[in-house]
Design a protein around this ligand. Structure first.
Ligand code: FES
Length: 157
């Protein structure tokens, strides 16, 4: 598949990665992946693009913004194949981000069965935690989710 020196064609990258050509061009426009041009003006990608694409796709599935993904990929060397150490360094940078995201998602999952103070007064627990929608005093939205997401103390203890 592809000339190891010239690299992979856009069709080969699409076939191997499962990423559509349009998405490849989009990622390239966003600076997430890079290609070279042949004399015939054809795109050629280095083989390591397959790992970058797998990383981009996994991060997007985890709900990470493209700008954050770009920031992380920018820590990788551009002019050589990233080493294990390069990816490990990226992993360290991301550890904190992913941990925070996991914590937020876990909090949301745990909160789903209880009152979040949004004003709906639709759950039995609303009568306990949000009598008469007193949570409105904490501002718009769901204060119990928002304040905890900001690292604050649950307004109802
Ligand atoms: S969940 Fe909406 S006010 Fe309790």
């Amino acid at each position: 598949m592809g000339d190891m020196h010239l690299g992979l064609s856009i069709g080969e990258v699409t076939a191997r990665s499962g990423v559509a050509r349009t998405a490849l061009r989009f990622y390239e426009d966003k600076g997430l992946i890079h290609s070279e041009r042949t004399a015939g003006n054809q795109r050629r990608y280095p083989r390591v693009v397959l790992r970058r694409l797998a990383f981009i796709q996994a991060a997007q599935r985890a709900g990470v913004e493209l700008s954050e993904i770009r920031e992380a990929l920018d820590t990788l060397p551009d002019r050589r194949v990233p080493s294990k150490a390069d990816w490990a360094r990226l992993g360290t940078v991301w550890q904190a981000k992913l941990d925070a995201r996991i914590e937020a998602l876990t909090r949301l999952r745990n909160q789903l069965t209880s009152c979040i103070g949004c004003g709906c007064l639709s759950l039995k627990s609303c009568g306990i935690y949000n009598t008469g929608d007193e949570m409105a005093a904490y501002g718009p939205g769901a204060p119990r989710l928002r304040i905890k997401a900001q690292g604050g103390k649950d307004p109802v203890g």
